[in-house]
Design a protein around this ligand. Structure first.
Ligand code: SF4
Length: 379
C-alpha cells in the first residue's frame, strides 16, 4: 500500500477547508452519523447561505458543504450548533457506527452511548490530535454492518456486555467488557502513533495488527468471535421504511448520487426529525410517529429523494468530477446513470482515484479522457 509523508495530511475539516475548483469545501465530522434535527438545520442553513447549497454525504458518514466563501462564519455557526467540540481534534473525529443501532432491534445493544463516550474521550487525549485525518474508528453493534468498512480500529459487540476490537479488519484477539472498550480503542490508536513512521493508516503499518496487539495486555474478558466475519457487499442497507422497536418509524432515504441539493436539504430540515448519515451515503430520518411517516415520505419523494428500494438510481453514486474537481477528466455527475444488467452499486468517478467509492463489490465507471471504463470488482 502506498504511503505518504505525514506533512501532506490534507484531509479537510471546517477550520481547515479544502480549496476546490468551485470554492472551499468543508467536511463536518458526524461521529456515528448521528445528528439532531437542530444540528442538521445548522449545516443545511450554512450550506445554503454561505455556500452553493449542496451537501455531500461521504462514505465515512460525514457531510461536506461546497462553494463556501466565508469560513469564519461557517465555523461560528457550526460551533454554536455543537458540531465542533474540539478545535484540536476536529479532523480526527472519524467514527462509523451501525446506523440503525438502538432503533431497529437488530444489534446486540444500542451503541450510541459508546460512540458518544468514544468521541468525548478521543477529544480529551491530547496526543490523539496527531492522528492522521484518514484514521477511522468504527463501532458495530454486533450485526456486522460497519466493522469491515475499512476502519483502522473497530469495536464489534460479541454480546451485550463484551466486544472484540479489530485492527485494520484483523482479529488479533483483543477483547474488552463494554465499560473498557473506549479505552482499548484509544490505546490502539495511541500505539499506532508510537509505531508509525509515514503511514497514514493502520493497514499500511508493517505487521500493524500484530505489533499493536503485542503492546496491549491480553484480554481478561473472554468474549466470543464477532459475527459476520466476512467483508460485506457494497450496499448493506436498502432504502425504505423501517419499524423501530419503540413503535416509531425510520425512513432510510437515498440522495441522488450521494448529494443533497438545497431543496432536498430543506425538506429534510422540515421533518424536524433526527437524522443518521450512513456510510452508504444515505440518510435515516428517524423517530417518526407512525401516523406521520407516510406524509413525510411523500414530501421527501416530491423533493427528489429516493425511497423506492427497486429504484436503480438509488444504487448510483458519483464523485465531484468537473467542474468542482481540478483532477476530473469529465463531468461525471451529469453523465451518471444506472448500468443495465447489474444489481450492484455503481460508482462514477472523474479519474482513477475513485473518491467516495463504496466498499465491497461495485461496478466502477471511471472517466479515461476518451470515454469511460466499466469494470466490476472489489478493492
Ligand atoms: S475521483 Fe478524481 S475526479 Fe473524482 S473527486 Fe476524486 S480526484 Fe476528483
Amino acid at each position: 500500500m502506498p504511503t505518504r509523508n505525514r506533512s501532506t495530511d490534507a484531509c479537510p475539516g471546517v477550520l481547515a477547508t479544502h480549496q476546490a475548483a468551485d470554492g472551499a469545501v468543508a467536511r463536518v465530522r458526524v461521529p456515528g452519523g448521528q445528528l439532531t434535527a437542530a444540528a442538521f438545520a445548522a449545516i443545511a442553513g450554512s450550506a445554503a447561505e454561505l455556500g452553493d447549497g449542496t451537501i455531500e454525504l461521504t462514505s465515512r458518514a460525514n457531510l461536506q458543504a461546497r462553494g463556501l466563501a466565508d469560513g469564519e462564519e461557517l465555523s461560528a455557526r457550526l460551533s454554536a450548533a455543537g458540531l465542533l467540540p474540539s478545535a484540536t481534534h476536529e479532523r480526527v473525529r472519524n467514527v462509523l457506527a451501525s446506523p440503525l443501532t438502538g432503533r431497529d432491534g437488530a444489534g446486540l445493544a444500542d451503541v450510541r452511548p459508546l460512540v458518544a463516550d468514544l468521541d468525548r474521550a478521543l477529544c480529551a487525549r491530547s496526543a490523539l490530535a496527531a492522528l492522521p485525518g484518514r484514521f477511522l474508528f468504527a463501532v458495530d453493534d454486533g450485526r456486522g454492518d460497519v466493522a469491515w468498512l475499512d476502519a483502522d480500529v473497530a469495536a464489534v459487540l460479541t454480546s451485550e456486555n463484551t466486544a472484540a476490537v479489530l485492527l485494520a479488519g484483523v482479529d488479533a484477539g483483543l477483547r474488552a467488557p463494554l465499560a473498557g472498550v473506549v479505552d482499548l480503542l484509544l490505546r490502539c490508536a495511541e500505539t499506532f502513533l508510537t509505531l508509525r513512521d509515514d503511514e497514514w493508516r493502520l493497514a499500511e503499518l508493517p505487521a500493524g495488527p500484530e505489533r499493536i496487539a503485542a503492546h496491549l495486555p491480553r484480554p481478561a474478558c473472554p468474549g466470543g468471535a464477532p459475527r459476520n466475519s466476512e467483508r460485506p457487499e457494497g450496499d448493506r442497507q436498502g432504502i425504505g421504511r423501517v419499524a423501530q422497536v419503540d413503535g416509531r418509524v425510520a425512513l432510510v432515504v437515498g440522495a441522488p448520487l450521494g448529494w443533497l441539493d438545497r431543496g432536498q436539504a430543506a425538506a429534510l430540515v422540515a421533518t424536524g426529525a433526527p437524522l443518521v448519515v450512513t456510510p452508504w451515503r444515505r440518510l435515516v430520518v428517524a423517530d417518526l410517529p407512525p401516523d406521520r411517516a407516510d406524509a413525510v415520505a411523500d414530501r421527501l419523494r416530491r423533493a427528489g429523494l429516493l425511497l423506492d428500494p427497486a429504484d436503480p438510481v438509488a444504487r448510483v453514486t458519483a464523485c465531484t468530477g468537473r467542474p468542482g474537481c481540478a483532477k476530473a477528466l469529465a463531468d461525471v455527475r451529469a453523465a451518471a446513470a444506472p448500468v443495465p444488467g447489474t444489481t450492484l452499486p455503481v460508482h462514477w468517478s472523474g479519474c482513477a482515484r475513485r473518491c467516495g467509492r463504496p466498499r465491497g463489490t461495485v461496478v466502477d465507471v471511471v472517466a479515461t479522457g476518451h470515454g469511460y471504463s466499466v469494470t466490476e470488482g472489489d478493492r
